[in-house]
Design a protein around this ligand. Structure first.
Ligand code: ADP
Ligand code: 5GP
Length: 192
């Protein structure tokens, strides 16, 4: 781990719970936070940008990074869709004197917490129910019927791992959830 004093806040949740929304909220109100841009082999959605949402790699490019031992953690989050956290990304953020914020799936969150230990606060974002989660994914309009089903079955499995996180935020009322994550972040940074 690099010898700088940076901290990490990890947001994990089943897809559709609202973690990206909450992460963006924290980024917009805390200038000392910087987003960890992950690498992925999934195709780019409309409006996404290489280098700010993800590093969009081809499978051979991703495999090359694996060979170079370039990842802190990586995973096949969905069949044939690889995602990973690049060591170089975190080194750069900490070298710039910022704290890093992650938006990763549940397994990735658990692995990052293990890696960073007390330097990280691991937050599990829970939807009020699976039915609400499904509605949010449909309303987001980013999924095919097939990928929607994949995300929902994975969500049922991921909800079992909540207890491995430092804290849970139930994302029901968005305004309240935003206030809650801001308090959590501020307290975590104050403690250090
Ligand atoms: P995730 O990153 O966990 O997949 P998103 O942040 O993309 O989830 O949220 C999924 C969808 O639900 C988005 O369209 C988002 O605008 C919406 N959303 C997020 N939080 C809430 C909330 N508390 N109430 C209603 N809709 C929400
Ligand atoms: P999406 O395709 O919706 O952007 O992301 C799918 C899932 O992959 C989300 O749960 C997202 O948080 C997760 N994810 C994004 N980047 C990483 C990463 O670097 N590592 C892991 N393990 N999961 C990631």
């Amino acid at each position: 781990m690099p010898p700088s004093p940076g901290r990490a806040i990890i947001f994990s949740a089943p897809s559709g719970s609202g973690k990206t929304t909450l992460v963006h909220h924290l980024l917009s109100s805390n200038t000392n936070l910087s987003f960890s841009v992950s690498a992925t082999t999934r195709s780019k959605r409309r409006k996404e940008m290489h280098g700010s949402d993800y590093y969009f790699f081809t499978p051979p490019e991703f495999r090359q990074k694996l060979q170079e031992d370039a990842f802190i953690e990586w995973e096949e989050v969905y069949p044939d869709c690889y995602y990973g956290t690049l060591k170089s990304e975190i080194d750069e953020i900490w070298a710039n004197g910022k704290n890093v914020i992650f938006d990763v799936d549940v397994k990735g969150g658990i692995n990052l917490k293990k890696y960073f230990g007390d330097r990280a606060l691991a937050v599990f974002v829970r939807p009020p129910s699976l039915a609400v989660l499904e509605e949010r994914l449909k309303a987001r309009n980013t999924e095919t019927p097939e990928s929607l089903q994949k995300r929902i079955s994975k969500a049922e499995y991921e909800l079992k791992f909540e207890d491995l996180f430092d804290v849970t935020v139930v994302n029901d009322d968005l305004t309240q959830a935003k206030q809650e994550v801001q308090k959590l972040y501020a307290n975590f940074i104050d403690q250090q």
